[in-house]
Design a protein around this ligand. Sequence first.
Ligand code: UDP
Length: 316
Amino acid sequence: MVKRILVTGGAGFIGSNLCRTLLQANPENEVICLDNFLTGSRQNIEKLLNNDKFKLLEHDIIDPLPDDLIVDEIYNLACPASPLHYQKDPVYTTKISVFGIINMLELAKRCNAKLLQASTSEVYGEPEVHPQVENYRGNVNPIGIRSCYDEGKRCAESLLFDYHRMYGVKIKVIRIFNTYGPHMNPSDGRVVSNFIMQALQDEDITIYGDGTQTRSFCYIDDLLEGIMKMMASDDSFIGPVNLGNPEEISMNELAGKVIELSDSASRLIFKALPLDDPARRKPVIALAKKKIGWEPGIPLEEGLRRTIAYFRSLKV
Ligand code: UDP
């Protein structure tokens, strides 16, 4: 069956990679990329615009979608995801998550479409359980500077499950852990893009705090495979399911790897740790393995090599 697939945030880092992969996976399908270019970029989708199965819809998901839009599948990825960007206008960030998901759920209900929501490891907040498993309910500061993103995404999960229970809307909830790779915005403000950009220019590498905090980084191609497997899974499996790479690393170690792999002369400098910055993060992915047969295959060093090559090619 030929499908019409909507990708919100389709010009962003994950979204643009997903649009391209969806078109490659089934050239018959139509992919509609929705974006308002708040943090997404036209450059990310430039090449896709030549494909007549690819359509661009410039729209903000906080507004309802056109009545004549009919789709079979929705990937809801639209939301600034870097703390630097989502904290610029936190009220708007909450609206994107909350009004945005209501508009997507209404669309899914009207079209009887399947809706996959990009939720986040941020729903676990500053985790008291390590590593994080899906049934852990999290430890989010509801009044902190990250809460616009964290609580927005938590409220979106709540709405998804309520629409599912009340109206039978077909939902899929994935919780994405830190992801990196080509088409990340070089000025995104996130750790991988910052470190690589700094290393390539032999500038000081900015470690926030003492650098002992950890994250677990998943390469974009692995994540895309997980996202698409989740969408293709049986309707009875709705998640939430963690998608991430369980290889945990401290920011100090990450900086060391980036310096080594990019053959850089950069040195480390230490800056203040942002408020509410989680100390540790690592996914348990047993559920993804069991239910959708997914686990990441690209080791951090390999992924970093590819990402460094991409940033080098940008010549920024
Ligand atoms: N970080 C850092 N230097 C930077 C940017 C980020 O040390 O230039 C740290 C940040 O404080 C956090 C970790 O790297 O502990 C991951 O930050 P990022 O913004 O990439 O993602 P998130 O905090 O949302 O996981």
